[in-house]
Design a protein around this ligand. Structure first.
Ligand code: HAM
Length: 422
């Protein structure tokens, strides 16, 4: 009978130790920045009630219409693997009574997301996002702090050339008016647009603006721009955001085509592009109606999330960046013979108890095989316990760089190693 082998599902990947180092670096850098800005970490379940995403992200969006991993559990509840983090965070904010905490409530997360997208470079069906949300913040200063915090994260990661794309998509006062203007503009051009845009025209007209099809580009170029149709409140809010960004020297590109793919956004929206146009390593914006839409009292809010997998790919392509490898092995313990195995186990446990990075061979390889493993791991010291040493209750400490060897009583080995590693 042939043995069946298995592969990861399409669009997913294993994160192997050599890549995990980059993810750890990313999380570390991100946490340092956001925790100094007062954000606290939360983690929500991998799956949620399907209705949460349908209601917040919205029918007619690609995520809800095409990309959700939705299934019924054994009690016939419709559940969906989390495609994004904002709606679950707002659900958690409401469910855990955070409306009565001092506002704004500032939360951050590092969680995997699931979208049934066509896999390609930088686009996966399981991807990791780190993000932060500030709930209960209305002032344009909040928009500017969120944007500049994201800029700081990219700078600290060693990706200073990420551009900020910025737009305002208004609110429930001006958006319906703008959509009417946009639809009027498209009406007599529908025979020239791609099939997807014909659908967008009906279900989600704002998304006409970020179509990537060549035939739609000249039409988008000439399309009316939302910033010229903002109501007074949205206009004033956006103007102040821009002025404050100038004030703190954060540069940005005004991008009238930026609309984002979620219904919950209002007013300021932004994306962070690395290198290639449209290659977003992060995105976010205001969602002033979402808390209310999910059953809370009207609460303005905004946030940002970045794609960890895409950023790791960028970091790996940056030869100037030096990422510290995960903890290196300092000590390797080699042994030969039954008694020595027991001493080796005791020594290893002692080393681990004191937090020294150590590995050892409890198997039955030859000493020379074990020494070459120690070399491969780049251990600074190898502790050797052969049959004679086990009998004498001693240990040979071999310094790998010089090859020098010295014999110590077993009960003094830990002290000596600690001293040498200091
Ligand atoms: P988003 O733009 O859909 O926003 O996702 C955030 C980032 O996740 C993207 O900029 C991209 O880097 C990464 N990303 C998205 N989809 C994939 C994929 N299939 N494969 C790899 N990376 C991907 C949100 O999800 C919003 N919740 C952000 C937000 C937070 N808005 C307000 N607060």
């Amino acid at each position: 009978m042939s043995k069946k082998t298995y592969q990861v599902p399409r669009g997913t990947k294993d994160i192997l130790p050599e890549d995990q180092v980059y993810f750890d670096y990313l999380l570390d850098t991100f946490e340092t920045v956001v925790s100094s800005a007062g954000y606290k970490r939360v983690t929500t379940p991998v799956f949620e009630d399907t209705g949460l995403f349908v209601r917040s992200v919205g029918k007619g969006t690609d995520i809800v219409d095409k990309e959700m991993y939705t299934f019924n559990d054994k009690s016939n509840n419709s559940l969906t693997l989390r495609p994004e983090g904002t709606a679950p965070i707002v659900r958690a904010y409401l469910e855990n009574g955070m409306q009565s905490w001092p506002q704004p409530v500032k939360l951050y997360y590092f969680m995997p997301m699931y979208r049934y997208e066509r896999p390609q470079a930088g686009r996966y069906r399981e991807h990791w996002q780190f993000g932060f949300e500030s709930i209960g913040d209305k002032d344009p200063i909040a928009d500017v702090t969120v944007i500049s915090t994201a800029v700081r994260i990219f700078k600290n990661l060693g990706l200073p050339n990420v551009s900020v794309q910025l737009n305002s998509i208004g609110d429930s006062v001006c958006r319906p008016k703008y959509i009417k203007v946009l639809k009027d503009y498209y009406k007599d051009k529908l025979n020239k647009v791609c099939p997807d845009c014909k659908r967008r025209y009906e279900v989600n007209p704002l998304r006409l603006l970020d179509c990537k099809e060549k035939q739609c580009q000249p039409i988008i170029e000439e399309a009316p721009q939302f910033i010229n149709y903002l109501c007074k409140d949205c206009h004033d809010h956006f103007k102040e955001v821009l002025e404050l960004l100038d004030e703190i020297n954060v540069s940005y590109d005004l991008n009238p085509r930026l609309v984002r793919g979620f219904d919950y956004y209002t007013r300021t929206v932004f994306e962070f592009w690395a290198g290639r146009e449209g290659f977003a390593v992060g995105g976010g914006g205001r969602y002033d109606r979402l808390v209310e839409l999910l059953g809370g009292k009207a609460t303005p809010a905004l946030g940002f999330a970045a794609g960890a997998d895409r950023i790791v790919n960028e970091l790996k392509n940056n030869p100037e960046l030096e990422i510290k490898p995960s903890k290196k092995i300092d000590v390797y313990v080699a042994q030969l013979g039954n008694e020595a195995r027991k001493s080796c186990l005791k020594l290893l446990s002692g080393l681990w108890d004191t937090g020294i990075a150590a590995e050892g061979c409890l198997d039955r390889g030859s000493i020379s095989e074990q020494l070459s493993t120690s070399n491969r791991l780049k251990a600074k010291y190898t502790l050797i316990i052969g049959q004679k040493e086990a009998y004498d209750e001693t240990v040979i400490i071999k310094e790998m760089a010089s090859g020098n060897q010295e014999i110590y009583p077993q009960d003094q080995t830990m002290k000596e190693i600690k001293k040498r590693l200091q």
